[in-house]
Design a protein around this ligand. Structure first.
Ligand code: PGA
Length: 249
């Protein structure tokens, strides 16, 4: 019922020329993939090349961040309005690296998610606990606080249009994937929170992606979990063959 999303987060990798080369190799590998939505999120300078290369394909292009205003004296920022104008259709919000290195907090999640929706972008909102929080048995407390602060303030109409990505920080870029069981438990916890706030219908429809060291050899077991509606993939999305293998889990 929930269509899977396989999304690649390129982080701060690749130039526009690398982007072109990636798409040349990647497009034919996934041309017949209709079982899922495919999204690639390159760094800002590569967006035009990616959008051009993805024209007429089943691949959507997203950004990795946005500012919540339309325009203004905000040096160094990029708005949802600008992303929409060039043909982006989605955006990652509050990735743990944004939280960790740039101090993004739940209030930013609300503002950015609402701005994304205002400009027709599908927000993929990231939540997830750090290693010390998991080891301190605080995973549910952390997820609850992120949900209450960042997602509960949305209207039901807004919540209906978002995607959530559960990315345990200890699994990102470490090669330590959450087991399908750990991920599914966290997804279920988030969905129960969503049901309490927005009702069973919206909660059963929201897509929750898993992110954190997803690779071609572990994606199948993760995707076998009913609760896991897709993946947000960092490192393994940089190589066309490896990301295509993940798309075709
Ligand atoms: P990773 O990154 O797949 O390299 O662990 C995932 C992410 O940060 O979205």
């Amino acid at each position: 019922m929930r269509k899977p999303i396989l999304a690649g987060n390129w982080k701060m990798y690749k130039t526009p020329a690398d982007t072109q080369a990636f798409f040349e190799a990647f497009k034919p590998l996934v041309a017949d993939a209709t079982h899922c939505d495919i999204v690639i999120c390159p760094p800002f300078p590569n967006l035009p090349a990616a959008i051009e290369a993805a024209k007429g394909t089943n691949i959507a292009i997203g950004a990795q961040n946005l500012y919540w205003g339309r325009e203004g004296a905000v040096t160094g920022e990029v708005s949802g309005h600008m992303l929409q104008a060039i043909g982006c259709t989605s955006v990652i919000v509050a990735h743990s690296e944004r939280r960790q290195y740039f101090g993004e907090i739940e209030a930013d999640v609300v503002r950015k998610t609402q701005a994304a929706l205002e400009y027709g972008l599908m927000p993929m909102v990231c939540v997830g606990e750090r290693l010390d929080e998991r080891e301190g048995n605080r995973t549910e407390e952390v997820l609850a606080a992120q949900f209450d602060g960042g997602l509960a303030p949305l209207t039901p109409e807004q919540f209906a249009q978002i995607v959530i990505a559960y990315e345990p920080v200890w699994a990102i870029g470490t090669g330590k994937t959450a087991t399908p069981q750990i991920a599914a438990d966290a997804h279920r916890f988030i969905r129960v929170k969503a049901a309490k706030k927005f009702g069973d219908d919206l909660a059963s429809k929201v897509r929750i992606l898993y992110g954190g060291s997803v690779k071609p050899d572990n994606v199948k077991n993760l995707m076998a979990e009913e609760e896991i509606d897709g993946a947000l993939v960092g490192g393994a999305s940089l190589d066309p063959k490896s990301f295509a293998a993940i798309v075709k889990y």
